[in-house]
Design a protein around this ligand. Structure first.
Ligand SMILES: NC(=O)c1ccc[n+]([C@@H]2O[C@H](COP(=O)([O-])OP(=O)(O)OC[C@H]3O[C@@H](n4cnc5c(N)ncnc54)[C@H](O)[C@@H]3O)[C@@H](O)[C@H]2O)c1
Length: 361
C-alpha cells in the first residue's frame, strides 16, 4: 500500500497528498507545523462528530502555535445551507481568521462540502484540509474538489470546484460511525467495484464478515482501493466534462428516489436500488452478463443494501424526476451503464419503455 497517495490536478502545480492510515492525529499536526507553521488553524465539525472527537482533536491541535478554535454546526443535510455557511463565516471573521488561515473540515460529506465551500470563498480561498470521518466521505466526497451547499430547488446547486491542500483519511474514525451510515458508504464501495475493479468485488465477497465487523486491515484495503480509483477518475476529468460521469452509475434512478422521498431514504440505499436497475438495463440493452448481474445483486443483499420497492411511485413521476435532474441532457435521461465488466457506456440514452421494464425486475 503506497502512502501517501497523490492527486495530480492539471491546473495546479502541486500534488495533493492523501494520507490513509489509523491514528493519524500526530502525523497531521507534524505536517501542519511543517507546511503551515505560521498560519492560524481553525477546524469545523458537526455537533455529533464534535461531541465524540473535539476534545481529542483539540489536544493534538494545541501543540500547533496557531491553533485557534473548533467551530461546530448542527449535524444533518439541512446544514448544507447559505444560513449555516454565513454563520460559520461570521464566526471565523469575528475570530479574526485572515488569509493566513488553514481550515480543517473534520466530518462526513456534509462537513466536507460545507466547510470546503467556506474555505473556497473566505478571503477568495484559504487552504483547506479534509479529514473525512464517514465511510462515504473517505471513499468519495473528500476526493475530487467538489464543495457546495443545497438550495430549496435542489441539492448541491451552489458550489465550486475547490481542491484541498491535503487529505488525512483515518479509518479509526469509522469505529464510531452508526451502522446505517457505514452501510450507506458501502454502497459507494460496491459501485467502484462494479465500474472499475472486479478484484474489489472479489474482496468484498470474500471478506464480507470482516468488513461488517469493521476490521481495520479490511477497511484499510477497501478505503485505499476506492481512493486510488477515485483519484484516477478525477485526474482524467477534473471538472466532470465526460469520463467522471462513470461515477454516476446507479445515481440516475438513485437521485430520483432521494428526491421523491424528500431525502428520507439514505443516499446509499437509494443508489443501491439505482445500481440494480442500471445493471438490469446494462443486461437488457448492452448484453452485460446476466450471471454477473445476479452475483452483484447478491452482494448488495449481503451488505444489507436491499432493493426498495418503487411501486408506491407512479412511473411518470420517476421518469419526470429523472428528466428534470440537473445532469439530464436535452430532456432525455442519460444513464451510466456497463457493456461488460470493464467497459462502461457513458451518457447512454434510455427510453421510457426500457426503464419501465428494468424497474419491474
Ligand atoms: N463533494 C462530493 O464529491 C460528494 C460526493 C458524494 C456525496 N457528497 C455529499 O456528502 C453528503 C453525505 O455525506 P455523509 O453520508 O458522510 O453524511 P454526513 O456528513 O451527514 O454524516 C452522516 C452522519 O454520520 C455522522 N458521523 C460522521 N462521521 C462520524 C463518526 N466517525 N462517528 C460518528 N458519527 C459520525 C454525522 O454526524 C452525521 O450524523 C451529502 O451532502 C452529499 O451531497 C459529496
Amino acid at each position: 500500500m503506497k502512502n501517501p497517495l497523490y492527486i495530480r490536478i492539471k491546473s495546479q502545480e502541486t500534488r495533493i497528498p492523501v494520507y490513509i492510515g489509523r491514528g493519524l492525529e500526530k502525523q497531521l499536526v507534524t505536517w501542519l507545523k511543517k507546511v503551515y507553521p505560521a498560519h492560524a488553524v481553525f477546524a469545523i465539525m458537526d455537533d455529533h462528530v464534535y461531541s465524540i472527537y473535539a476534545q481529542r482533536v483539540r489536544d493534538h491541535l494545541l501543540t500547533h502555535a496557531g491553533f485557534k478554535k473548533i467551530l461546530k454546526f448542527p449535524a444533518g443535510e439541512f446544514s448544507k445551507s447559505r444560513r449555516t455557511k454565513s454563520l460559520l463565516e461570521d464566526q471565523l471573521l469575528s475570530a479574526r481568521a485572515g488569509r493566513d488561515t488553514v481550515l480543517l473540515a473534520i466530518g462526513g460529506g456534509v462537513t466536507g462540502d460545507l466547510a470546503g465551500f467556506v474555505a473556497a470563498t473566505l478571503h477568495r480561498g484559504i487552504p483547506l484540509i479534509h479529514i473525512p470521518t464517514s465511510l462515504l466521505a473517505q471513499v468519495d466526497s473528500s476526493i475530487g474538489g467538489k464543495v457546495g451547499i443545497n438550495h430549496q430547488q435542489g441539492k448541491n446547486l451552489i458550489g465550486a470546484f475547490y481542491q484541498p491542500v491535503a487529505i488525512f483519511t483515518d479509518i479509526r474514525y469509522l469505529r464510531t460511525l452508526p451502522r446505517e451510515e457505514f452501510i450507506n458508504g458501502l454502497a459507494e464501495v460496491i459501485k467502484y467495484g462494479i465500474i472499475l475493479k472486479t478484484e474489489l468485488i472479489d474482496f468484498l465477497e470474500k471478506h464480507h464478515s470482516r468488513i461488517l465487523a469493521r476490521e481495520e486491515d479490511a477497511l484499510l484495503q477497501i478505503v485505499n482501493d476506492c481512493v486510488t480509483l477515485k483519484i484516477q477518475v478525477v485526474e482524467a476529468d477534473e471538472k466532470e466534462a465526460g469520463y467522471r460521469s462513470i461515477l454516476n452509475f446507479g445515481h440516475t434512478v438513485g437521485h430520483a428516489i432521494e428526491k421523491l422521498t424528500q431525502y428520507r431514504v439514505k443516499h446509499g440505499m437509494a443508489i443501491a436500488t439505482g445500481m440494480r436497475i442500471a445493471l438490469r438495463l446494462s443486461r437488457d440493452l448492452l448484453g452485460y452478463p446476466a450471471d454477473q448481474v445476479e452475483r452483484l445483486c447478491r452482494l448488495l443483499d449481503r451488505f444489507e443494501l436491499r432493493e426498495m420497492s418503487l411501486h408506491c411511485f407512479a412511473f411518470e413521476d420517476i421518469w419526470n424526476t429523472i428528466v428534470t435532474d440537473k445532469k439530464a441532457r436535452q430532456q432525455a435521461p442519460r444513464f451510466t451503464l456497463m457493456r461488460s465488466v470493464d467497459e462502461p457506456a457513458l451518457f447512454y440514452p434510455v427510453k421510457q419503455e426500457e426503464l419501465k421494464h428494468a424497474l419491474q425486475g
